[in-house]
Design a protein around this ligand. Structure first.
Ligand SMILES: [Zn+2]
Length: 150
């Protein structure tokens, strides 16, 4: 048997249709007992047992028999109090895909910048080597001149 649920306002709700109107079966029986000789024949113990028995409720909205629960009310679509779950809207999706695109573009730019930096440093290195070679040759030339000069 399904159990009643309690919504945010503390109202007892039917978990099937969300209705908040119930007929109380136990009360019905108690009335019947009070009207007839039931209470007398059952005695005090019987009356107490009836009072302690789990409260049975019948939803007036959908006729579902329910027992007193108290869990949080979780309305489904079409039930009172139902709130459409926040779905990413089209604009959000667009923004997300745009952000993704920006990120990939940034990554590409970064890779390109790194490539260029590497190329630049390699170029600078080559220039250094050339200069060093020229300097070395100039030094050798000077040394040779010095040797021939002396
Ligand atoms: Zn119901």
């Amino acid at each position: 048997m399904k159990e009643t649920q309690v919504d945010q306002d503390g109202r007892v709700r039917c978990p099937v249709c969300g209705g908040a109107d119930f007929s109380d079966k136990r009360t019905g029986k108690a009335k019947l007992g009070a009207a007839g000789l039931g209470v007398l024949t059952l005695g005090v113990g019987g009356a107490l047992a009836a009072a302690a028995a789990p409260k049975r409720l019948k939803c007036r909205g959908c006729g579902e028999n329910l027992k007193r629960g108290g869990g949080p009310y979780k309305p489904r679509k079409g039930m009172p109090g139902y709130v459409e779950p926040a779905k990413p809207s089209g604009a959000d999706k667009l923004a997300a895909s745009r952000a993704k695109l920006e990120a990939s573009r940034a990554g590409r730019d970064r890779a390109k910048a790194e490539r260029e930096a590497r190329r630049a440093s390699r170029g600078a290195h080559e220039v250094d080597e050339k200069l060093a070679r020229q300097r070395l040759m100039a030094e050798r030339e000077a040394a040779r001149k010095n040797q021939t000069g002396s």
